[in-house]
Design a protein around this ligand. Structure first.
Ligand SMILES: Nc1nc2c(ncn2[C@@H]2O[C@H](COP(=O)(O)OP(=O)(O)OP(=O)(O)O)[C@@H](O)[C@H]2O)c(=O)[nH]1
Length: 731
């Protein structure tokens, strides 16, 4: 949402803002009517939701439709599965746009950033709102590239349901797994859409199997494809036993017929569909006791008599319970199968009141998003998605509440419901609701403004970008004084660089991309330290004795223990100061100045002279830890990436040989039609610039996906080379 907010701020000069606050209905109606001609649309938009032609159905329903009729959904998938193309079709069939946008022509609604249109990929999530058969659908198109994982994560938190789009010729791909796990984490009910059924090599069966195997999900086949690849012409609705055929002469897919399957005309297909329907009924009955009772009681003799609505209601229950996922198929590009997908969204995905949100927020200005355009609205009921402006201090992951007491109540609820997590008993922390988990950046590089005078402008641009994208970290290198960007991948940093130029008018220079290493220790070491300083007439005196030791946590958060004698009478402020000192010491390890992970600290003794400031306590503890770390045996940890390369047979051996040279280890090689899918692990340092290498090696025919797996100990030889290179001894 914040990305759209920023977009709004950037582009608000172009778009007239309608101040509808406190307006009477007739005034608002005329404002809404005036909206269309004013909005500088690059595309041909038909109507905003609720507006038919230039008329308004009902102002209340435009802004606040009944909650049961709202669907807040996201579209998620592996890169290039066809999310944006599917979204375009959805907007067209719902009447939101009057022409079909095309990713390859760079004129889609939701990919509105210049970089998105140029590269044909989604970077920021975009929200659009439209109506479908009496339902209000708020839809978010999320990025598929692994570098923008955080963007997906922050969308999932506010969604009630999602459509997972798959390339039917590839099935479950690397990033599908990641987004699927994220949706699991946020308990989001899903529908699967097997897209690209028209593509050579598309296989409904293969894609369904991969959903079972890789996602460990139970697919409910609500449709069967009519033909595959070039022969794909429509779908069978298994629930209703109907055939849906798209008119081959229609160039926008609006024209399709739905006919019941008859013994006379389609005996084979009817038989196949009946079998699929019976299997579906049995599968749902296995998962839902209420439905099992119904089926066994009234319809056990003949499943054909079971009304479609009863089956749909049960499918909805299991979808909401996330014990199974409905599967549909189609081809967004060839305009087939998208309308039934929209029907399924309204039928099977939850309304906001079926999820646990009970917030009502009052904010000075609210805007309804239409991709990169917005319309101001006077109020909003629970379950809707909107934008707000003017929040200076919020960042992605924050929760906005109407008052401190409601935030406290919500925090308490979060604690009892999901939490059980240990929270520190401090009020600021209690006010926090579940934020998004921010992935650790794995790459960094220096960034320089065109001149010293422009440094404040660069700082400002980076501050703004960071607020909307917390996966971007900005640091100051203490030695060189340079600004350092830390990001999720090469593409991430490249896009940030590009955005600074386009959106803030600053030409900046990036240093070479470097890997973010970590460090750890191999043995336990004890150290003591005393800090004795007199400032003014005040004496600050602290003596600490502690031990650092290795422990396997795979985290940079140290485990902290206190000896009984220390914890007994340690005031909270002194404890916080001690822990601040511990945390700051581990941010910069002794080998490379990288964060230290897999460590525990035992504080054996802590003697604090009365009147000693908390800053001095932190400083003493931090110095003592650094002393201990220097004495310990140390180890560099390097990011190990999980890699998936899709390559044709001809180039397999070339790619494998190249990976071997990059210290890669191969986990498995699978066959998928004409392609080989290599999965394995490779150190990040060895895979920089891999897209160019792979393109050259395979004449552009291979693709790859990369994801951080874990941090692994570097072998002693490589570690020595790295350390001497970093200390400037070798190149
Ligand atoms: N054959 C075929 N190609 C499709 C279909 N849907 C999309 N494509 C093509 O696949 C490519 C990727 O489509 P997008 O809609 O940009 O995919 P996306 O999932 O939004 O991609 P990202 O946003 O970058 O993750 C484009 O070249 C589309 O034209 C389809 O149904 N069939």
């Amino acid at each position: 949402m914040l990305s759209n907010l920023r977009k709004f701020v950037v582009s608000h000069k172009k778009i007239p803002i309608l101040h509808v606050n406190n307006m009477c209905c007739s005034k608002m109606r005329s404002s809404l009517q005036r909206l269309k001609p004013h909005v500088p649309l690059g595309r041909n938009y038909s109507s905003l939701p609720g507006l038919i032609g230039n008329d308004i159905k009902s102002l209340h329903s435009v802004i606040n439709p009944p909650i049961t009729k709202i669907r807040n959904i996201g579209i998620m998938a592996h890169i290039d599965a066809g999310k944006t193309t599917t979204t375009e079709r959805i907007l067209y069939y719902s009447g939101y746009t009057r022409s079909l946008g095309d990713v390859d022509d760079g004129d889609t609604v939701t990919d509105f950033m210049a970089q998105e249109r140029e590269r044909g990929i989604t970077i920021q999530s975009a929200a659009v709102t439209f109506d479908w058969k009496g339902y209000r659908v708020n839809l978010i198109d999320t990025p598929g590239h692994v570098d923008f994982t955080l963007e997906v994560e922050r969308c999932l938190r506010v969604l009630d349901g999602a459509v997972a789009v798959f390339d039917a010729s590839a099935g479950v791909e690397a990033q599908t797994l990641t987004v699927w796990r994220q949706a699991d984490k946020h308990k989001i009910p899903r529908i699967c859409f097997l897209n690209k059924m028209d593509k050579t090599g598309a296989s409904f069966k293969y894609a369904v199997e991969s959903i079972k195997e890789k996602l460990k999900a139970k697919p409910l086949l609500l449709q069967l494809p009519l033909g595959e690849g070039k022969a794909f012409k429509g779908v069978v609705d298994v629930v209703n036993k109907e055939k849906l055929l798209w008119n081959p002469n229609s160039d926008d897919g609006k024209d399709f017929v739905r006919n019941p399957l008859l013994e006379m005309s389609d005996p084979e297909l009817l038989k196949e569909t009946t079998e699929a329907r019976n299997a579906l009924i049995e599968q749902v009955a296995d998962l839902d006791d209420e439905f099992a009772d119904l089926v066994l009681g009234e319809f056990s003799e003949n499943f054909d008599l079971l009304p479609a609505e009863k089956l749909q209601t049960a499918i909805r229950r299991v979808t909401l319970a996330q014990t199974a996922v409905p599967v549909l198929c189609g081809s967004a590009l060839k305009n087939k199968g998208v309308q039934p997908l929209l029907d399924a969204v309204t039928v099977y995905l939850p309304s906001p009141e079926e999820r646990n949100y009970e917030f009502l927020e009052r904010i000075s200005r609210l805007l309804l998003p239409f991709a990169d355009q917005h319309i101001e609205i006077p109020s909003l009921t629970a379950g809707n998605i909107a934008l707000t402006v003017g929040l200076k201090h919020t960042a992605t992951g924050d929760t906005i509440a109407s008052s401190k007491s409601s935030a406290l109540a919500a925090a308490r609820r979060a604690e009892t419901e999901g939490g059980k997590k240990h929270r520190r008993n401090n009020e600021a922390e209690r006010l926090l609701l579940a934020g998004v988990e921010i992935p650790e950046p794995v790459f960094f590089c220096t960034i320089e403004p065109p001149s010293v005078a422009k440094q404040p402008d660069l700082d400002y641009a980076l501050k703004c970008l960071q607020r909307e994208d917390p996966s971007l970290k900005v640091k100051l290198d203490a030695d060189s004084g340079q600004t350092v960007l830390c990001g999720m991948g090469e593409l991430h940093i490249e896009i940030i660089h590009d955005r600074i130029k386009r959106e803030y008018g600053l030409e900046t220079y990036l240093g070479p991309l470097q890997v973010a290493y970590r460090e750890t220790i191999l043995n336990a070491v004890r150290a003591t330290d005393t800090l004795d300083r007199t400032l003014g007439d005040k004496r600050h005196l602290v003596t600490v004795e502690l031990e650092v030791k290795p422990v396997e946590t795979a985290s940079v958060m140290p485990v902290i223990e206190y000896a009984g004698s220390v914890s007994e009478d340690l005031p909270t402020a002194s404890q916080e100061a001690t822990e601040n000192g511990i945390h700051s010491a581990f941010l910069q390890g002794p080998l490379l100045g990288s964060p230290v992970q897999d460590v525990a600290v035992a504080v054996h003794s802590l003697i604090i002279h009365p009147g000693t400031s908390t800053t001095m306590i932190s400083a003493c503890v931090s110095r003592c830890i650094q002393k201990a770390l220097k004495k310990a045996d140390k180890q560099v940890l390097e990011p190990l990436m999980k890699l998936e390369v899709t390559v044709t047979r001809d180039y397999l051996s070339l790619v494998l040989a190249d990976l071997a040279q990059r210290r890669g280890t191969i986990q498995e090689i699978q066959t998928r039609q004409e392609n080989k899918i290599i999965t394995g692990f490779v150190p990040l340092a060895e895979i920089m610039g891999y897209s160019t290498v792979l393109r050259t090696l395979t004449s552009g025919s291979a693709t790859f996906a990369l994801e951080l797996s874990n941090y692994e100990a570097m072998n002693p030889q490589d570690q020595t080379v790295l350390l001497s290179r970093r200390s400037g001894l070798t190149q």
